[in-house]
Design a protein around this ligand. Structure first.
Ligand SMILES: CC(C)(COP(=O)(O)OP(=O)(O)OC[C@H]1O[C@@H](n2cnc3c(N)ncnc32)[C@H](O)[C@@H]1OP(=O)(O)O)[C@@H](O)C(=O)NCCC(=O)NCCS
Length: 257
């Protein structure tokens, strides 16, 4: 394609007074589909069947909020407290999503998808994966939590996937890995919400490269609420944390010492 060639996109077609998304008239979508189905449509190109629609809706509800302490919420509230706009504060929260917070979905799904492609049953595949990770002193993304020993969101998503007949090889693998960690006795490492979303979205056929999107799309609702609450109920630059700092730098000195 040359530099002056027209842009190409398969997502929407827009002309004067007309908007089509993935081939559907926006007016029909507004009237007939849920927000989560609309997200599924733009990401996948087609509408989900009834069971996938129900599981995808549940995924997007699962991360809506988790209190004030996650890094994304602290970032949102701190930036809002400094007198910024709603979109700036929410963008700061989105930027705080990382490989350990919300973003573990991506690498967890990548690993689960790579392993699920191999020949073998989930139990044996999980054993060799954990052995390889340990040999390289690597953590398995999507496992462990600072607070929950049994994450209620994980339990509900997996239960729903089973009930809907959408519990596949990736979810089986994730639960086998959890059993191996639990069997150690030392540190049980529960399947956390990132790992559960990685597993069920992989079973739904999503590319692992979209992993962070699911957390982002869900948590943005909570971030907007936190930004708004900060702005409307708190003083600007309020004391957002414990400022009793222990100084660990050099003693007072002068240039030339
Ligand atoms: C979420 C997380 C930061 C919580 O950590 P934590 O409860 O404070 O635990 P620590 O980082 O102190 O680790 C404690 C032990 O468990 C091990 N561990 C923790 N998470 C692990 C994982 N995902 N895979 C393998 N081992 C893990 C650590 O290596 C450490 O072992 P050691 O005692 O032999 O050194 C951590 O479990 C993690 O890094 N998980 C992977 C990233 C992830 O899934 N993030 C999404 C969270 S919702």
């Amino acid at each position: 394609m040359t530099d002056d060639a027209p842009w190409q996109s398969s997502i929407s077609e827009v002309s004067a007074n007309q908007i089509f998304v993935r081939g559907y008239d926006i007016a029909e979508l507004i009237e007939k589909i849920s927000f989560s189905d609309a997200i599924y449509l733009v990401l996948r190109g087609n509408l989900p069947d009834a069971k996938s629609s129900e599981l995808f809706r549940a995924i997007l509800v699962s991360c809506i909020d988790h209190g004030v302490t996650p890094p994304s919420v602290l970032a949102t509230r701190t930036v809002m407290s400094a007198g910024n706009s709603l979109n700036t504060a929410v963008a700061a929260g989105i930027m705080a999503i990382g490989d350990v917070h919300g973003g573990a979905i991506e690498q967890s799904a990548r690993i689960l998808q790579e392993v699920a492609r191999k020949e073998g049953d989930p139990h044996s595949l999980a054993i060799s994966l954990v052995r390889d990770l340990r040999a390289n002193t690597q953590r398995m993304p999507g496992f462990g939590h600072q607070l929950h020993t049994s994450d209620p969101r994980t339990i509900k998503l997996l239960e729903l996937a089973k009930r809907l007949g959408l519990y596949g090889k990736h979810a089986m693998l994730a639960e086998e890995i959890e059993k191996i960690f639990a069997g150690d006795g030392k540190n049980p490492l529960p399947l956390n919400i990132d790992g559960a979303i990685a597993a069920v979205t992989s079973d739904l056929g999503f590319d692992w490269q979209l992993g962070k999107a699911f957390f982002m799309l869900s948590r943005i609702g909570g971030l907007v609420a936190h930004a708004y609450e900060e702005k409307t109920t708190q003083k600007p630059i309020r004391k957002l944390g414990d400022f009793n700092t222990i100084y660990t730098g050099p003693p007072h000195r002068t240039i030339g010492d």
